[in-house]
Ligand binder design. Structure first.
Ligand code: OSB
Ligand code: MG
Length: 367
């Protein structure tokens, strides 16, 4: 396929409630949507980059800039297929979320033209996937218990609690004691701890967690390996894993026994599948992480989560957990599961009126 033009659209969706992590508090999800227009039709991709470079070095305006100034000029002359996008951008460093957004839009367009769903293309084996919910840090433990109660009542298959120094053992204990041993519970520190906190973190073993996610800095595999060696709870990496090569290194160094795969963080769904394959070959379970995606990104994440190695519930919650008004048809939780889209490409399209309502900027780049 040959690109004719690419539309870069910035949207702002208010969250149903503030989302606080060790990195900060979000009340609005600003997102960058990439729409490719080609001789084979159109395709959409969502860039996972956030407004500010706190979770990772990328940020929304930087992603839009690198796509416009460096990625599109490299792709415009080519006869494209999805697998060619990565190699065509090999001369550029970094910016995995920008790469992922462009590759996803090309994939969506290409698959729509071939009447194939993303799940089928990636090798998905499930029509529905079990999902969890990521619960932010709250003002009080009582507020946390109320929130968790609501999510368990809704039927979520797993609860992930955001933690940071000063908000860890006590809220985790309270949730475990209140809701019992039957709840699959995990914690995510988003790099908030220091290597010296090892002994403190090991106390989390008392609460039967399914995993502890990314306690230390992204580049500190050593500290994660040290924690894994002294804790019974499996250590899971998120921020540290930006490629299949990182995943291989982390597994071989004993820095993790579970991986959170976020397609944006690793440069796209094709690299995400390579990490899945590598993890599966090493007996490492994976699950699909989230970045508070709109329905567009969530549809694609559901396709990825339908692969056989995604054996743990992912951070792919129902629409109502994120937004009063999303840009696609809503995803509705049913028995702790969400349906994997079966229609071609991502299987969803933005609704024009919803898109207009949240668009803050749009630019069309001719190719
Ligand atoms: O660390 O998993 C994370 C959201 C933004 C940035 C980082 C993370 C998260 C979440 C939310 O935990 C997951 C979701 O989309 O539901
Ligand atoms: Mg995380």
């Amino acid at each position: 396929m040959k690109l004719d033009a690419v539309e870069l659209r910035e949207v702002a969706l208010p969250l149903v409630s503030p989302f606080r992590t060790s990195l900060g508090t979000q009340t609005v999800r600003t997102a960058l949507l990439v729409r490719v227009l080609s001789d084979e039709g159109e395709g959409w991709g969502e860039c996972a980059a956030e407004d500010e470079p706190t979770y990772c070095p990328e940020y929304l305006a930087g992603a839009a800039d690198v796509i416009k100034r460096f990625m599109l000029p490299a792709l415009a002359p080519l006869d494209l297929e999805p697998a060619a996008v990565g190699p065509a951008l090999r001369h550029l460093r970094g910016h995995p979320m920008a790469r992922a957004a462009v590759e996803t839009a090309v994939l969506d367009c290409w698959l729509r033209a071939r009447r194939t769903s993303l799940a089928a293309h990636l090798g998905g084996v499930r029509r529905r996937v079990r999902v969890g919910v990521s619960v932010g840090i709250t003002e009080t433990v009582d507020a946390l218990l109320d929130t968790v109660d609501r999510h368990l009542t809704a039927g979520y298959a797993r609860i992930k609690l955001k933690i940071e120094p000063g908000w860890d053992l006590e809220p985790v204990r309270a949730v475990r004691e209140t809701f019992g041993a039957g709840v699959m519970l995990t914690v995510d520190a988003n790099t908030a701890y220091q290597p010296g906190d090892l002994r403190h973190l090991a106390k989390l073993d008392a609460y039967g967690l399914a995993l502890v996610e990314q306690p230390f800095a992204p580049d500190d595999l050593h500290a994660h390996a040290a924690l894994a060696a002294r804790m019974d709870t499996p250590v899971c990496l998120d921020e540290s894993i930006t490629s299949a090569r990182d995943a291989a290194e982390a597994i071989s160094r004993g820095a993790c026994s579970i991986i959170n795969i976020k397609p944006g963080r690793v440069g796209g769904y094709l690299e995400a599948r390579r990490i899945h394959d590598l993890a599966q070959a090493n007996g490492v379970p994976v699950w699909c992480g989230g970045m508070l995606e709109t329905g567009l990104g969530r549809a694609a994440n559901l396709a990825l989560a339908s692969l056989p190695g995604f054996t743990l519930p992912g951070d792919i919650s129902a629409t109502e957990r994120y937004y009063h008004r999303d840009i696609t048809r809503p995803f509705v939780l049913d028995g702790g599961e969400l349906p994997v889209p079966v229609e071609p490409g991502l299987g969803v399209l933005p609704e024009e009126a919803d898109l207009q309502a949240c668009t803050t900027a749009v630019e069309t780049v001719s190719c």
